[in-house]
Ligand binder design. Structure first.
Ligand code: NAP
Length: 310
């Protein structure tokens, strides 16, 4: 009998975690996936996923993750809703602490993903939910016929600007440089939108309002010109930050807190693997998360066979 409760515990039910669950289930390993919220991760807030292969017309983030979840169910993956508070690495097994509960795992796959990065300007915190949003799918429809702003120049800012064109009358897209970071095809689509006015080389200094957002204080970084832009809402898409605070630095991470892995998804601690957006890597996409998840499960299976043969 193994000394643990589960062969593998997976932390996080985004595309990386769910894929790891599908592969671990098919390998007939006793596997538990722990998720603190709802399955899907960041994908759930994506309106239309257009670059995941196999869906030429695109697929909603909700449907894609729902399908992944059903597929994992089919191969016997067990789910638990809860928050992992600590991971204590050990020789025989790794110990995961939840509120009032401990789990022993032969191997762990960390797929806890990443969350929205904050802008860190005055007014952002006070007006979150009162005009400041990080989710176009969730809040876009609130701004039907309104003038709004989008901050950022990556794939998220561009994709969500296109989505917000369905509702808003006018969108001010504010980017701190004079070139976008996001995909060229998205850049073309955004530039073709009459509703969108791009403010290059511009940063937000503060978000102003009484009860809710009313205006943005802007500064042009090249000319130094300061201006006030009246808006009913502002969507902030300035990148992602890893969900790794709970690990308290127990595995090696880069300067931003993304986890270092080798090509087989192994972290600095034997038997602990990481997959998806939480990893230090070049490209954070559903397609790369899925590949990471499959590799991590396969590597964990081999680790268990080598170090803890039954
Ligand atoms: P991102 O690619 O890191 O882009 C963040 C954007 O915000 C950049 O344009 C950056 O400007 C800007 N920014 C960062 N900090 C800022 C600050 N303090 N003030 C003003 N602007 C700031 O983040 P993302 O767009 O959220 O995308 C995250 C990952 O998800 C990426 O790998 C992306 O490819 C992926 N993703 C893909 C899709 C898709 O394929 N359809 C959709 C969404 C997300 P600089 O350019 O000057 O650094």
């Amino acid at each position: 009998m193994p000394a643990w409760d589960y062969d593998i515990v997976i932390v996080g039910a985004g595309p990386a975690g769910l894929t790891a669950g599908i592969y671990a289930g098919r390998a007939r390993l006793k596997t538990l996936l722990v998720e603190k919220l709802i399955h899907g991760g960041q994908v759930m807030t994506t309106d239309l996923v257009e670059n995941y292969p196999g869906f030429p017309e695109g697929i909603t983030g909700f449907e894609l993750s729902d399908r992944m979840r059903k597929q994992a169910d089919r191969f016997g993956l067990a789910f638990h809703t809860g928050e992992i508070l600590d991971l204590e690495p050990g020789d025989g097994y790794h110990l995961l602490r939840l509120e009032g509960q401990e789990l022993k795992a032969g191997a762990v796959i960390i797929a806890s993903g990443a969350g929205y990065r904050k802008l860190g300007v005055p007014g952002e915190k006070e007006f979150t939910g009162k005009g400041v949003s990080y989710c176009a799918t969730c809040d876009g429809a609130l701004y039907r016929g309104e003038t709004i702003a989008v901050i950022g120049g990556g794939d998220t800012a561009l994709t969500d600007t296109l989505f917000l064109c369905r509702f808003a009358e006018k969108i001010h897209l504010i980017h701190r440089r004079d070139a976008f970071r996001g995909e060229k095809i998205l850049q073309e689509q955004v530039k073709a939108q009459e509703k969108v006015e791009i403010h290059w080389d511009t940063v937000v200094h503060a978000i102003q309002g009484q009860e809710a957002v009313e205006a943005l204080e802007l500064r042009n970084v090249k000319t130094g010109e300061v201006s006030l832009l009246p808006v009913a809402g502002v969507f902030i898409f300035v990148g992602v930050t890893p969900n790794t605070a709970w690990l308290k630095g127990r595995v090696a991470m880069d300067e931003w807190g993304f986890i270092f892995t080798d090509p087989e998804m192994a972290t600095s601690i034997p038997g602990i693997f990481a997959a998806g957006d939480v990893r230090s890597k070049l490209l954070r996409q559903i397609s790369t998360a899925v590949g990471d998840g499959a590799t991590a499960a396969f590597a964990a299976e081999h680790y268990l066979a080598q170090h803890h043969p039954r």
